[in-house]
Design a protein around this ligand. Structure first.
Ligand SMILES: Cc1cc2nc3c(=O)[nH]c(=O)nc-3n(C[C@H](O)[C@H](O)[C@H](O)COP(=O)(O)OP(=O)(O)OC[C@H]3O[C@@H](n4cnc5c(N)ncnc54)[C@H](O)[C@@H]3O)c2cc1C
Length: 430
């Protein structure tokens, strides 16, 4: 992975940005293009945040985000094309496995019909009723599809949202754009990191306090203070909500309420090498296992033309299992229970992710429970004419995605440029 330049933070810039994930990187690129000076303040020793590509078993593997969702409006698709990185189709609908066997034609038909029925019913309910949970749509499944209600609830809930359908507002689910998905050669994390090449990033620099009581913003970090005319905050919402960065004066009550109204979603990868397993012929295929939604996993088999699989866990199960090692054991035992112990003899766990346990992410992304979809828009409102919040959580339509974070970083940069332009004349900072 190519790295951004490691530099100590400059003392001042027109705009300071907290967090060098997709949103922070997008904001910095956009602000630099308008001629403003920028500093990106990043607590980790790398850029990319929840986008990270590693090499496992000789293959580029995304430890966080992997899918370029909503490709038609995802700005990263254009960036990948500009950089000459090949894009290829992601699987659209999952293949159903019942017990240890491939579903038959009737089961597959019922499952796929249920897949669309559920998504459409959530759209209809969400358009009318801000207070309804997405699970209200389960009642609308046809009798054939209802035979797979648990599997469908898992696929659209913990597997797609990182949360159960009763904890996600139908309005929030309905607002999320859902069209073509793509993968990018070399990994999504590597693409995001490349976009930070040459940006003025201060790595290993943790913001601890923001003083926005004066005309300027003063950011305290473990490596000294930074002064700026405006601040773009892209740190994950749970990090902000629990007060890891002290705001002086405190953020307005409306902003604080909105931070607390959104809920952290849990989603973790367990990355497997399973070359001789029963799914060895399923190239680049998502697998839905018929089963209990509270205890299920989703699989992306043989991704990127290799023999590795993502086994993905989401929702309350992630917390219940409690650790990456326990999640890896759960995956092995679930697959053994389904396919037999002999079938998993050659299965190796290469990595189990820990985004929820990581204090700098503390979630996979944020979901809005019933009644809370509007919190995303509240977070987009500028605070005090100089502080802007951006990230996946502030996107109403692409929440939970890199594409959403990137678009939100660009939006915050436009707002910051306007605010800085509007601030009383004086020598430019930085
Ligand atoms: C397992 C998993 C799978 C996912 N799959 C997909 C997928 O397939 N497709 C997709 O589009 N999205 C996916 N996502 C979601 C996606 O990764 C996020 O929506 C996106 O990366 C968020 O970007 P961001 O810029 O908002 O936040 P982040 O990437 O989290 O960036 C915020 C940055 O702030 C930094 N920070 C935190 N505290 C401080 C501080 N005090 N001072 C300075 N810096 C600080 C963090 O270190 C981090 O770098 C997945 C997420 C996970 C966890």
């Amino acid at each position: 992975m190519r790295r951004a330049r490691v530099a100590p933070p400059p003392r001042a810039a027109d705009v300071a940005i907290l967090g060098a994930g997709a949103a922070g990187i997008a904001a910095a690129r956009r602000l630099l293009a308008t001629g403003l000076s920028v500093v990106l303040i990043e607590a980790r020793e790398r850029v990319g945040g929840r986008a990270l590509t590693a090499r496992l078993a000789g293959q580029a593997v995304d430890i966080g985000a992997h899918w370029l969702h909503a490709a038609q409006e995802n700005g990263l698709v254009e960036e990948a094309r500009r950089l000459g990185l090949p894009l290829f189709d992601a699987p659209q609908e999952p293949r159903l496995v019942v017990g240890a066997r491939e579903a038959d034609a009737a089961e597959t038909r019922a499952f796929h019909a249920g897949w669309s029925q559920l998504a459409e019913a959530i759209q209809e309910i969400g358009a009318k009723d801000d207070l309804a949970p997405a699970s209200a749509a389960l009642e609308r499944l046809s009798p054939e599809a209802a035979a797979f209600a648990g599997t469908l609830a898992f696929a659209h809930g913990p597997f797609a949202c990182g949360a159960t359908l009763d904890s996600v507002g139908a309005a929030d689910f309905a607002a999320a754009r859902d069209d073509l998905d793509l993968f990018v050669a070399g990994g999504y994390g590597a693409l995001v990191a490349r976009l930070a090449d040459g940006l003025p990033v201060a790595l290993a620099t943790r913001a601890t306090r923001v003083d926005w009581s004066g005309r300027e913003v003063r950011i305290e970090t473990n490596r000294g203070d930074v002064h700026a005319r405006a601040l773009v905050v892209t740190v994950p919402v749970p990090v902000l909500a629990r007060g890891d960065i002290v705001f002086d004066p405190p953020l307005p009550a409306g902003t604080r309420d909105a931070l607390h109204a959104l809920r952290p979603a849990s989603y973790e990868h367990v990355i497997l090498a399973w070359p001789g397993g029963p799914l060895r012929e399923a190239a680049n295929t998502t697998i839905a296992f018929d089963g209990d939604p509270a205890d299920n996993l989703g699989l992306l088999a043989n991704f990127d033309g290799g023999v590795l699989h993502y086994a993905d866990l989401g929702g309350p199960l992630v917390g219940r299992l409690g650790s990456p090692a326990a999640r890896a054991d759960f995956v092995r035992e679930s697959l053994a229970a389904r396919f037999g112990r002999e079938a998993v003899a050659g299965l190796r766990v290469l990595h189990a992710s820990r985004w929820g346990e990581d204090p700098l992410s503390a979630c996979a992304w944020m979901v809005a429970p019933p009644g809370a979809h509007g919190a995303r828009a509240v977070l987009r409102e500028p605070v005090g004419g100089r502080v802007l919040i951006a990230g996946e959580a502030t996107s109403s339509t692409l929440w939970g995605t890199i594409g959403g974070a990137y678009a939100e970083g660009e939006r915050a940069a436009r707002d910051a440029a306007t605010l800085v332009g509007g601030i009383a004349a004086g020598a430019r900072i930085g």
